[in-house]
Design a protein around this ligand. Sequence first.
Ligand code: NAP
Length: 287
Amino acid sequence: MMKVTGKTKFLGVIGDPVEHSLSPTMQNCALAKLNLDYVYLPLPVKAEGLEKALAGFEAIGLVGFNVTIPHKQNIMPLLNKISAIAQMVGAVNTVWRTDNGWEGTNTDIAGFIAPLQGLKRWQGSTPVILGHGGAARAVVVGCSELGCGDIQVVGRNEEKLLQFYKSWQDTPLQNKVKVHPWRNLSRLLPQADLLVNTTPVGMYPHVDNSPVDRELMTKVKQSAIAYDLIYNPRPTQFLQIAQQQGLQIIDGTEMLVEQGASALEIWVKQSAPVETMREALLAALKR
Ligand code: NAP
């Protein structure tokens, strides 16, 4: 049972909307487990109120916060320092207060990587990434951090795909990111060591949809890993098809838990109780 006292410190998540965020449940369970006098709040902030909100957070001594849609990019010019990794992704999801002002990073990369560590030798391996939105950017940087070789990104809109490709020019990943129209997917699948769905296809309530159908999935090696960023339902149709094909599967809950654990560790400077966070998240998803 959480006890709020006169000395309780504040953390939170800003977004619009934030009512559906699972982070307060997950983070407050973790704070209670660590026996820390903190509370993590949902903080609804409209786009036009972002600068004022930051000034208010400064005034009340908020320790740090997560950032969700629509502020992940817009917050960047308002911060004093941004990690190189967040700059490469072009989005910040975690902010903390320092003596020199607000600093930001992106823990989605660590979240994405965590369940992949130690599963195989990633050096030089080939990831095939479906979709090129915000989450795909963190996945691209995560694949590079793992040591993967060329990162193959597949999209349905060729204009957006080209924009995505151009966005990596003048970054250390400029020669690694390759883009392909969706019609070339069947040619790419046999090369995949890791197949990641970053599209919302198959997300609740459209649970019977999959970005890769059964026939196409037969082209993927059995030694490959299928990873879906979606955490509702678990597993998605995409992961069910992959599993029936003999592939190892990973769902989006691990990334969600681990990005939260990384953020908590930045704020409270101690190891996060990952198992407690996972249990809290899974219980919340069942509700
Ligand atoms: P986003 O910025 O809107 O990007 C979605 C991408 O999917 C775009 O490239 C979009 O292409 C593509 N797409 C959408 N519908 C498609 C379809 N029917 N066929 C092919 N491509 C399609 O969204 P996001 O923020 O990256 O999030 C994507 C998913 O990841 C969501 O399901 C989200 O819940 C999940 N996610 C999970 C975590 C986690 O921690 N587990 C973290 C972040 C995101 P167009 O531009 O052509 O529409």
